[in-house]
Ligand binder design. Sequence first.
Ligand SMILES: [Ca+2]
Ligand SMILES: [Ca+2]
Length: 95
Amino acid sequence: MTVNGDEFVAVWDESIGIFTVSSVNNGSWGLGAASGDADCDGELTIADAVLILRAAIGLETLTPEALSAADIDGDGVLTMADALIAARRAVGVGV
Ligand SMILES: [Ca+2]
Ligand SMILES: [Ca+2]
């Protein structure tokens, strides 16, 4: 994995639910789901757009991390606009 040109190793241990990152330079780092990846599986697909839409109308409750990823336009509110952006990006006509 590379961040800002620096190589580091990231290992997810699902059995204990810990994500370990090594060989990272000193500093402040954040870790979160990629924009639009509401189901946090590492890919932006139409399933994310559907999940965002369902959450926007109250049919799903997202974790704080998923909510952050789902709020694609960054306005602090989950709406159909976020779902539309996710859908467009998922099919390759991104905004
Ligand atoms: Ca996803
Ligand atoms: Ca939003």
